[in-house]
Design a protein around this ligand. Structure first.
Ligand code: ADP
Ligand code: MG
Length: 264
C-alpha cells in the first residue's frame, strides 16, 4: 500500500513539473455578438484524461474545435505540443498543420468515408500524410482494427457496420495518424447504450495504454472511472474543475448540482 502511494506521489510531482501537452489561456470565442467561450484556461499533461461535461450549448464542442483550430479563437492563446497559437493574429497554414499533426479527433457522427472499406478508411491518410505504400498502410491498419476489436470487419463498408463498429473504425482511423492527444466529442451519444459500451471500452483501453485524451461526454460513470480530472462548463465558462469524483459527486455550485441531478 505504502509503496503504491509513494509511487503515485512521485509520479504526481514529476507530472506537475512537466510542461503540459495542451495549454489554453484565456480562450475566448464569439460568433458575432454571441460569446460562446468567455475565457477558458486549461492544461492537460501527457498521459492524462480530462473530461468535459455540461449542458447542451455551454460551449464544449466549440472548445474542442478551438483546440484543433476547426474554429479560430477570438482571444487568448493555445499551446499544443509546443506549437503556440496566439488568437487575434493571422495563423500561418504551416502552424495549423503542425498543430493538427498532434491531434486525433473523433466526433459524435462517425464521419467515415462511405465509399471506402474499414481498412481503406484507416489506410487513406497514412498514404497521404506519411507517404506509406498501400501494403505498409494496410498492414498497420489491420493492427489498429485489431486494437479496436474489428479485424474481421476490415473489408466491410461502413454502411454494413453497426454504429458502435463505425465509431471504433473512426477511432482506429484517428489513431493511424499517431496523435499525441485524442479529442473525443460525445463519441457515444448517437449510439444505443449497448453499442456505446463497446466504444467506451476501446476508450478505456486507450487511456490505460497511456493515451492523453480530452473527452466531452455525458457518460458520468465513464468520466469518473477514466478521467483524473473533470471540467463542468455552463454558459461559456468553466464553473467547476477538479478530480472527477469531486466534481461529479460533490459539486460546489447550484448550477453543477442541478445538472448532475438531472443526468444521473
Ligand atoms: P455544446 O457542445 O456544449 O452543446 P457548442 O459549442 O456546440 O455547445 O455551442 C455553444 C453555442 O455556440 C451554442 O449557442 C451554439 O448555437 C453556438 N454555436 C456553435 N457553433 C456555431 C457557429 N458555427 N455559428 C454560430 N453559433 C455557433
Ligand atoms: Mg457539442
Amino acid at each position: 500500500m505504502t509503496i503504491l502511494a509513494s509511487t503515485k506521489a512521485e509520479d504526481g510531482f514529476a507530472r506537475s513539473d512537466e510542461k503540459p501537452v495542451i495549454e489554453l489561456k484565456a480562450i475566448h470565442k464569439s460568433f458575432g455578438h454571441h460569446e460562446v467561450l468567455a475565457g477558458i484556461d486549461l492544461s492537460v499533461h501527457a498521459g492524462e484524461v480530462l473530461s468535459i461535461v455540461g449542458p447542451s450549448g455551454s460551449g464544449k464542442s466549440t472548445l474542442l474545435r478551438c483546440i484543433n483550430l476547426l474554429e479560430t479563437p477570438t482571444n487568448g492563446h493555445i499551446d499544443v505540443c509546443g506549437t503556440r497559437i496566439d488568437a487575434g493574429k493571422p495563423i500561418p497554414r504551416s502552424q495549423i498543420t503542425a498543430l493538427r499533426r498532434h491531434l486525433g479527433m473523433v466526433f459524435q457522427s462517425f464521419n467515415l468515408f462511405p465509399h471506402m472499406t474499414a481498412l481503406e478508411n484507416v489506410s487513406f491518410a497514412q498514404k497521404r500524410v506519411f507517404g506509406r505504400s498501400t501494403r505498409d498502410a494496410d498492414e498497420n491498419s489491420l493492427k489498429l482494427l485489431e486494437k479496436v476489436g474489428l479485424a474481421d470487419k476490415a473489408e466491410q463498408y461502413p454502411s454494413r457496420c453497426s454504429g458502435g463498429q463505425q465509431q471504433r473504425i473512426a477511432i482506429a482511423r484517428a489513431l493511424a495518424m499517431e496523435p499525441r492527444v485524442m479529442l473525443f466529442d460525445e463519441p457515444t451519444s448517437a449510439l444505443d447504450p449497448e453499442l456505446g459500451l463497446e466504444v467506451l471500452q476501446v476508450m478505456r483501453d486507450l487511456a490505460e495504454q497511456g493515451m492523453t485524451m480530452i473527452v466531452v461526454t455525458h457518460e458520468m460513470a465513464f468520466a469518473e472511472e477514466v478521467a483524473e480530472e473533470t471540467i463542468f462548463m455552463a454558459d461559456a465558462r468553466i464553473i467547476e474543475q477538479g478530480s472527477s469524483t469531486e466534481v461529479i459527486r460533490n459539486p460546489q455550485t447550484e448550477r453543477a448540482n442541478s445538472f448532475f441531478h438531472a443526468v444521473n
